[in-house]
Design a protein around this ligand. Structure first.
Ligand SMILES: [Zn+2]
Length: 212
């Protein structure tokens, strides 16, 4: 099996250009860690991920009709099992720190949990990734634009895969057509692709022992 893996060097990051505004909120330690070393590829690392699975959690405010398409897209793109958790399993509310702690309690044997959460209204970042806790929060309110449910679903599919990729150890990508691209604004989010570019795709396949 190939041992060429992307090793993320960031403990946590939040995405979009609006992240810096987040620093004023309660989550300083999370949002400040904006520094990302892109594409750090390390050969011959001992890390291997074979039987990976991710979990998707949606809080009680989330439209349940959207979770199925998101899970399906994650499975097809990330090439691993994605378990849809019961929205009643955790009380994901309050401050962002409380949400992260609540979601981290759901990780179990999963590689990580992607949570669709309604962050506090002053949270402007579209997502927060805390690698140390294997948790990614997607800010549903922040990702909601003027384009209705179709646009929201498209955005959530992209960002759920983006978050899942980070949890699996796939680094952000400079290709603006790739789902791992770190867009800077809503237009960038709507422009970028919902799937991996070929190099990122090869990394995902290698992660799962499916060759490059
Ligand atoms: Zn890529």
């Amino acid at each position: 099996m190939k041992k060429k893996l992307v090793v993320p060097v960031v403990l946590c990051l939040a995405w979009t250009s609006f992240v810096l505004g987040e620093v004023q909120g309660a989550g300083e330690s999370i949002a400040k860690a904006e520094v990302v070393v892109e594409g750090t590829v390390v050969d011959d690392t001992a890390i291997t991920a074979t039987e990976s699975s991710l979990a998707l959690f949606a809080d009680g405010q989330f439209d349940p009709t959207l979770t199925g398409p998101i899970v399906d897209h994650m499975r097809a793109t990330l090439l691993c099992e994605v378990v849809l958790l019961d929205g009643h399993q955790a009380d994901v509310s309050g401050s962002r720190e409380n949400m992260i702690d609540a979601v981290s309690g759901l990780v179990g044997n999963h590689q990580g949990v992607v949570a669709l959460a309604h962050l506090p209204e002053d949270a402007t970042a579209h997502g927060t990734f805390v690698q140390a806790k294997r948790v990614a929060l997607l800010n549903v309110r922040g990702l909601t634009g003027d384009g209705g449910q179709k646009q929201l679903l498209s955005r959530l599919k992209k960002e759920a895969v983006h978050a899942g990729g980070l949890l699996l150890g796939i680094a952000p990508c400079p290709n603006s057509h790739c789902v791992m691209w770190r867009y800077k604004n809503d237009e960038g989010l709507d422009f970028k692709g919902s799937r991996f570019c070929p190099p990122c795709q090869r990394r995902v396949r290698a992660l799962h022992g499916k060759g490059g």
